[in-house]
Ligand binder design. Structure first.
Ligand SMILES: [Zn+2]
Length: 292
């Protein structure tokens, strides 16, 4: 396959993903990260300072090509501007651009260059800041910083916050921070001080237990992205169950400050199941909107 043929297939796959989301009723979409084999290797490949020695096992029989930072990190190629521009041309839906956050990049790479985690996070955040500025110039209004590593080392939350401040500071975009697979009680209330507009969290996989204690906090400065679809099971949720879960969140949070989303990306599910799950989520949200 030539490079051109490959590029055409990537675009076709993105178009299918967009159409699926439109048909399911999703309001804010992305193209499915077609170019990203994983959330670390792809961005590492766009910056100076990284090498990849080989595969590292993450869970079960899944591996990722864990990069190592061997020289100062510098921004080199654009990360997502091209995909954003392409998407803007084929859909009228709102677009959310996901970028792996600087803390998670630092935590999930080997560090053979910087003297401290903080120095590394700052260098990565400055590179990410460059991408954010380019995205905003291209018209992007909603950027999601993916930071699943934060709850794994809650003692370093200040370093993570400093990174996010550099990425978002002074930008006109709406920023979400997405954190999945962790013990949220370890990062509250500190996470509420992060300079973002939305916390996008996982709830369905934990049967919404976190809503009980999280509702005690004021979400005055942030919207909540409620993960209400479990991406770790092929069982498709029932509309009524998802409505009840969203209803529990609405007891604590103003509907104007509540977004609904899957717990995390759907990429490990078969396409037909991912579609059904999105459709159920959107139907539940629509029915609740009508009732409100
Ligand atoms: Zn996630």
């Amino acid at each position: 396959m030539t490079r051109e043929e490959f590029e055409e297939r990537v675009r076709d796959a993105g178009k299918i993903t967009v159409k699926d989301q439109e048909l399911a009723g999703v309001d804010i979409i992305w193209e499915g990260e077609m170019r990203r084999r994983d959330m670390i290797e792809y961005l590492a490949g766009k910056m100076e300072g990284f090498v990849i020695y080989g595969d590292v096992r993450v869970w079960g029989n899944n591996y990722y090509r864990k990069p190592s930072i061997v020289a100062p990190v510098r921004y080199r190629d654009e990360w997502a501007v091209d995909d954003f521009t392409y998407l803007r041309g084929i859909t009228d839906k709102d677009i959310k651009v996901p970028l792996t956050g600087p803390y998670t990049m630092a935590e999930w790479c080997f560090n053979e260059c910087y003297g401290s985690k903080r120095e590394l996070v700052i260098a990565l955040a400055e590179a990410e800041r460059e991408e954010v500025e380019r995205l905003v110039r291209a018209g992007a209004g909603y950027i999601q910083i993916d930071e699943p590593a934060i709850p794994t080392r809650p003692e370093e939350i200040d370093i993570a916050e400093e990174g996010v401040e550099i990425v978002t500071g002074g930008s006109s975009a709406y920023f979400g921070i997405h954190i999945c697979y962790g013990d949220y009680s370890k990062i509250f209330p500190g996470i509420l001080d992060f300079p973002v507009d939305q916390l996008t969290l996982e709830f369905a996989n934990k049967e919404f237990v976190d809503l009980e204690w999280m509702g005690e906090y004021s979400f005055a400065d942030e919207d909540l992205g409620l993960g209400c679809i479990d991406v770790h099971t092929r069982r498709v949720e029932k509309v009524g169950d998802v409505k009840r879960a969203i209803g529990r969140a609405l007891e604590k949070i103003d509907p104007r400050e509540l977004y609904v989303n899957p717990d995390c990306g759907l990429k490990l599910l078969p396409r037909s199941i991912a579609f059904e799950k999105m459709r159920v989520m959107c139907q539940a949200a629509k029915e609740l909107r009508d009732e409100l």
